[in-house]
Every structure is written in structure tokens, then in C-alpha cells.
Design a protein around this ligand. Structure first.
Ligand SMILES: [Zn+2]
Length: 284
């Protein structure tokens, strides 16, 4: 079972056994917090922190809306070691995929309009003609709906032969989404099995993100998915830590610590990680 095993339910079963980075070697030859200080106000709910944004689908031409987080209203509380943002009240990650509910074309908001005529043809043929999407009419995106949106974004990236970095970024964010889903399931006292299932899936997606960003670092230029080289190196170090590749993490961390252009914040995070690596190596 791989990370694409959910695609059969969406009518895209033929993509299930694809290797998501397989086509990249050929392809590579060609080509943002707010503080609302002051008097206590009634706490906003998730629905108050999103709005319906209008889009025109570059594949089928339909007009549609996707729910988008009001980044000026949402309050960032912290970030996890692998840079997953944690907001008060809302899980921002649920709102990062833009999806045309008419034809099934979807991508991360930042890359939604970047699609060539050749890629449109591929999406029409391999997604639009087959896809069966869930019927959701909620005020906010549930984790289930958000996960389906991410699965479709990855299927689209696969079909249109996106760069490794684009696929890796979708995998990274899906991993973050699944972490949020796991936390939500734990809070709602869900059965242990469903929590474990989400944790397993999170690991699979993050493994794929790790693999994809390692490859992209060798073959693509920076900035990558809006991240500069040091941020990507930091992210890779965090993922390497998770998968106990301490030598890889240590090498990346020392690059960051000796860099003259790394910000104090990134260096602080890198120093914390270095201590963690040293502790882990001592245990051996
Ligand atoms: Zn469309």
C-alpha cells in the first residue's frame, strides 16, 4: 500500500502504482503573521477565518470558488520542527489546495495557474475524464475533504509531470495535514487504529517529501516552492532527523551554521537541532 492507494475511490485507480518521482530525470533536463493586540474580543471560529475566493479553471474554463484562509486575521502560534505552521483556531494547511470541482484539476494555490497547454491536455485525459469527487457542502473543510483535495493535487502533479519540488511540497503539506488530522482524532477520542493509520500515512508522505526535496536540491534552482536554499537545507535536516539519517542532518546543519546569509532565527533552530543530533549519536 502506497500513498496513492486512495486514488481508486476517486476514480483514478490506474495511477495507484505510479512512482511519483520516476519521470523527473527527464523533466529536469528541460526546465508568509499578524498580531491583533489590545482588548479581548470574542474568539473567532474557523469559519470566520476563511473566505470563498473565485478562480477560473485553466483546464476546463469553469468559474468556481475555493475556501482560503484570511492570513491577516489568523494568528500563527508556533511552527513544528519541520516548519509546519500552527495557527490559533484554524489548521491553515487544510486551505492550501485550490481545486476545480467541475473537472478535478487541483494544485497548491501557489502553482494553480502554472500549467502549460501540454499539461492541460494530460490533465483532461487522465483526470477530468475519470475523476469522481466526494460531495462536500461544509462551511469549513473537514480533514476528510482536505485530504481528498491533497490527494487530487498530487494526482494532478503526477499526471502533468510536475517538477520533483512541486510533488515534494504537496507530500510535505499532506504530511502536515495528516498530523493535524491525528491531533484532531486524538482530541475526539477516536479509536486507536484510526489514529495509527493517520500516523502511518503521515510518515509515508513525509518520506516522499524527503526523497523529492533531496532530488530537487540536486536538479532544480532556488528559490524552490518559495523557499531559499538555507530553508530547504533546514527542512531536509528536519526530515532527515525524523528518519534517523543523522549523518545527513548533521552535514546540512553545519552548512547552515557556517553560512553568512542564514538569519539568526534559522541559526537558532539549527543549533537546537544540532544538540538533538549529538544526543541521538551519544545513545548509539
Ligand atoms: Zn476545471
Amino acid at each position: 500500500m502506497g500513498i496513492l492507494s486512495g486514488l481508486k475511490r476517486l476514480g483514478l485507480g490506474s495511477l495507484e502504482n505510479e512512482d511519483i518521482y520516476e519521470a523527473d530525470k527527464e523533466n529536469s533536463k528541460q526546465r508568509s503573521k499578524n498580531d491583533t493586540a489590545g482588548t479581548p474580543k470574542p474568539k473567532p471560529e474557523e469559519k470566520d477565518l476563511i473566505y470563498e475566493k473565485s478562480y477560473v479553471c485553466p483546464v476546463c474554463g469553469s468559474g468556481f470558488t475555493s475556501k482560503v484562509m484570511k492570513s491577516s486575521k489568523a494568528r500563527l502560534v508556533s511552527t513544528d520542527q519541520d516548519l509546519r505552521p500552527r495557527y490559533d483556531v484554524i489548521d491553515a494547511v487544510k486551505y492550501d489546495v485550490v481545486l476545480c470541482t467541475t473537472c478535478g484539476y487541483g494544485a497548491l494555490g501557489s502553482s494553480f495557474t502554472h500549467i502549460s497547454p501540454g499539461q492541460i491536455k494530460l490533465v483532461k485525459e487522465k483526470i477530468c475524464s475519470k475523476v469522481r469527487m466526494g460531495n462536500y457542502h461544509n462551511e469549513v473543510y473537514s480533514y476528510e475533504e482536505a485530504l481528498e483535495r491533497y490527494q487530487l493535487a498530487l494526482a494532478n502533479a503526477l499526471v502533468k509531470r510536475s517538477k520533483a519540488s512541486e510533488k515534494a511540497f504537496i507530500c510535505l503539506k499532506t504530511g502536515w495535514l495528516l498530523r493535524g488530522y491525528t491531533e484532531y482524532l486524538k482530541e475526539s477520542d477516536s479509536p486507536k487504529e484510526s489514529v495509527e493509520e493517520m500516523e502511518t500515512q503521515e510518515n509515508e508522505y513525509l518520506q516522499n517529501a524527503y526523497k523529492g526535496f533531496l532530488e530537487a536540491r540536486q536538479t532544480e534552482n532556488f528559490p524552490m516552492c518559495g523557499m531559499d536554499e538555507l530553508t530547504i537545507d533546514y527542512l531536509l535536516a528536519a526530515l532527515a532527523m525524523r528518519f534517523r539519517q543523522f549523518d545527513v542532518a548533521a552535514r546540512l546543519i553545519s552548512t547552515i551554521l557556517t553560512s553568512s546569509s542564514a538569519s539568526i532565527r534559522v541559526k537558532d533552530k539549527a543549533r537546537d537541532m544540532k544538540e538533538q543530533i549529538l544526543r541521538e549519536l551519544k545513545k548509539r
